[in-house]
Design a binder for this molecule. Structure first.
Ligand code: ASC
Length: 156
C-alpha cells in the first residue's frame, strides 16, 4: 500500500511539474496522440460533411453535437508536435513543420477559429450556413496539409 502511494504521488508530481510539451514520455506517444486527435476530428467533421453534401440526412442535433467535438479535438494535436517528435512512428508530418513553426502555429490558429465558426453555424441549424462553414473549415485544414503534410507516411 505504501509503495502504491509513493508511486502514485511520484506520478502525479511528474504530471504537475512537467510543461505541457513534456507530457509525452516518448516521441511515439506524441505522434500517436496527435494522429488520434486528427483522426477523431476528421471523423466528426466528416459526419457533418456527409450531411452537407447530401450523403447523409440532415440532423441538426447531430450536426451541433459533432461540431462541438470537432472544436474540442481541434485544440489538442498541437502540443504533440514538440521538438524530437518528427520521428518515432510513421508520420506524414514534413520536417518543415519544425522549421516553420511560427507558420504552422498561425495555420493551426486559423483552423481552430474556423472550427469555432463551424460550431456556431451548426448550432444555428441552417444547412446552407453549415455547408459554407464546413467548406471554410476544410480549406483551413487543407492550407496546412498543402505545405506540411506528406503524401506518404515516413518509414521511421
Ligand atoms: C476533412 C479531412 C481533412 C480535411 C481536408 C480538407 O474532412 O479529413 O483532412 O477535411 O480534406 O481539404
Amino acid at each position: 500500500m505504501k509503495r502504491l502511494i509513493v508511486a502514485t504521488v511520484a506520478t502525479l508530481a511528474t504530471l504537475v511539474s512537467l510543461p505541457a510539451a513534456a507530457q509525452f514520455q516518448k516521441p511515439e506517444d506524441a505522434i500517436k496522440y496527435r494522429q488520434s486527435a486528427f483522426t477523431v476530428m476528421a471523423n466528426h467533421l466528416g459526419r457533418v460533411g456527409a450531411m452537407a453534401n447530401g450523403r447523409a440526412p440532415f440532423d441538426a442535433k447531430a450536426a451541433a453535437d459533432n461540431a462541438a467535438i470537432v472544436v474540442t479535438m481541434s485544440k489538442l494535436p498541437w502540443v504533440a508536435f514538440g521538438e524530437g517528435t518528427d520521428k518515432g512512428l510513421p508520420t506524414r508530418a514534413k520536417p518543415e513543420v519544425w522549421k516553420d513553426s511560427a507558420k504552422v502555429k498561425d495555420l493551426a490558429g486559423k483552423m481552430m477559429a474556423e472550427a469555432e465558426k463551424f460550431e456556431v453555424a451548426a448550432k444555428g441549424g441552417n444547412l446552407d450556413t453549415i455547408k459554407a462553414a464546413v467548406g471554410e473549415l476544410g480549406k483551413a485544414c487543407k492550407a496546412c496539409h498543402d505545405d506540411y503534410r506528406a503524401e506518404k507516411y515516413s518509414s521511421n
